[in-house]
Design a protein around this ligand. Structure first.
Ligand code: DUC
Ligand code: ZN
Ligand code: ZN
Length: 477
């Protein structure tokens, strides 16, 4: 009997890609998908996937891991715990941030985050470089060199006192990105409107977490989107607008795309499943639902689903930014904290995929009727792989990395704080029951979750060096 040619065969499952759903066996050899077919020869190991879905592992393209906030507060997760949480929820690649603060060398920042991830990550990863101190050295030396080394996306903030860039600097970074072929991702909110609203609310004694939502007027999103898109068009530089939260914001993105501008955009589960009312809780409890931009209302949720179905929004990321509900995180300002003193961000790495699967596939959101599974794969894995140029990721295809999640579409799981693997100690989605769960997850052919138990090894993930690719290529209009 000759030795098996495949290391692993996943047998009898239903495979889905962004375009097709079909019954097939999937074989893995040396970490990549080596065959897809009927009745494949035995592998050294076999997984029976009868009644299960064999899907590409999710790609979460916006996650804050082991990151120090501008306010000096450390995220609750390390690369080890964040990537364990990701894998538990069916995600096999994360893009997190190398976050420059004022006075820091971008080169050193990237090296430091790379060392943390190399030690801790259980799954593959890449970085967006946050630029908050665009000095001459950053713009002319570090950025071009780091982009050429495979860090081909930059993140800018238009708000937050210590992070924001003004219009002139925004244009500087956009044009450096254009020259060097990097995608520029932006947190786009109007800083002045938020600062003014916050000052008025605090002066009126309206300090509770629910006022955080009031302090980010809808117009702060639309104004910043319009200004950003205008600046990007002026220098012909592709952009990715992060965490779209309003119907008007999604419409502005859609209009820009229909003018032929290279504008990409994402939303997040917090804008599809939560509303501003979630922040309205006794005492400081609403802090657990505080993120920026804030969740809006039901009509925004509907508009965002429609924008996803139309392709105006292409991806759903978690914007995982976990802080514990204690003095190390959300309550670091003490029990009398105003909404301005509370760290912004929600944990979401492990719930993103199950929430999206439940809404799109199990509960059959009408926008995706007839193609729900393909649309789910597209939004959570394939499109992020294309936009961020993650070669060999985001699909089930021969030669692709064997990043695979085997889902039980019938499993019913109630999301609870206790179920969470991440370190924030809670989930903002607690109490929801989802149908469909990724029972077994492979990262480049290694089982990192078996029967809902994380079995990955810290340091088992690899950095994925990325050139800018198609999305970062100027439109040349
Ligand atoms: N807002 C951000 O801008 N970043 C992290 C999390 C958040 O809520
Ligand atoms: Zn942001
Ligand atoms: Zn973010």
């Amino acid at each position: 009997m000759p030795a098996p040619i495949h290391d692993l065969v996943i047998r009898n499952g239903t495979v889905a890609t962004a375009s097709d759903v079909f019954r097939a066996d999937v074989a893995v050899r040396k970490g990549v998908i080596s065959a897809i077919g009927m009745a494949l020869p035995p592998g050294r190991e076999e997984i029976d996937a009868r009644g299960k879905l064999v899907l590409p592992g999710g790609i979460d393209s916006h996650t804050h891991i082991e990151q120090l906030s501008a306010g000096g507060i450390m995220n609750a997760d390390t690369f080890e715990t964040a990537t364990a949480a990701a894998a538990f929820g069916g995600t096999t690649t994360v893009i997190s941030f190398a976050a420059q603060h004022k006075g820091m060398s971008l080169r050193k920042v990237v090296d430091d985050y790379a060392a943390l991830a190399e030690r801790g990550a259980m799954i593959d990863y890449a970085f967006h470089m946050i630029v908050s101190d665009p000095t001459e050295a950053t713009l002319t030396k570090d950025l071009p060199a780091l982009i050429a080394e495979g860090h081909s996306s930059i993140k800018l903030f238009m708000t937050y006192d210590k992070l924001k860039v003004e219009d002139e600097t925004l244009l500087d970074v956009l044009s450096v990105a254009r020259e060097n072929r990097a995608l520029v991702c932006v947190h786009a909110e109007n800083h002045g409107m938020i600062a003014w609203m916050s000052r008025k609310l605090l002066a009126a004694g309206q300090t509770a977490p629910k006022y955080h939502a009031v302090s980010h007027p809808r117009g702060s999103e639309t104004e910043a989107f319009t200004r950003l898109i205008t600046a990007a068009a002026m220098v012909d530089q592709p952009i990715m607008i992060f965490h779209v939260s309003t119907a008007e914001g999604a419409a502005i993105v859609g209009d820009a795309r229909r003018q032929g501008l290279k504008v990409f955009a994402e939303t997040c589960p917090q804008y599809l499943f939560l509303t501003a009312a979630d922040l309205d809780r006794p005492g400081l409890e609403g802090a657990k639902w505080m993120c920026s931009p804030p969740p809006r209302d039901r009509s925004d949720q509907e508009a965002l689903w429609q924008a996803l179905a139309l392709g105006d929004l292409q991806t759903v990321s978690s914007d995982h930014a976990p802080y514990r509900y204690d003095a190390s995180g959300k309550l670091s300002g003490g029990p009398g904290s105003t909404f301005k003193q509370i760290a912004n961000g929600l944990p979401g790495l492990e719930t993103r995929m199950p929430l999206m699967f439940d809404a799109m596939v199990s509960r059959r959101r009408p926008e995706f009727s007839g193609r729900a599974l393909q649309a789910f794969v597209n939004i959570t894995a394939t499109q992020p792989a294309h936009i961020y140029n993650l070669a060999g990721k985001g699909s089930i295809a021969i030669g692709y990395d064997a990043d695979i999640a085997i889902w039980d579409p019938k499993a019913r799981v109630t999301l609870t704080d206790e179920l969470m693997v991440g370190r924030s100690g809670y989930t903002p989605f607690a109490g929801r029951t989802v149908r469909g769960w990724p029972e077994t997850v492979l990262s480049r052919g290694r089982v990192v979750v078996r029967d809902r138990t994380v079995s990955g090894r810290a340091g088992g993930g690899r950095h994925i060096a990325r050139a800018g690719g198609w999305a970062a290529e100027p439109a040349r209009r």
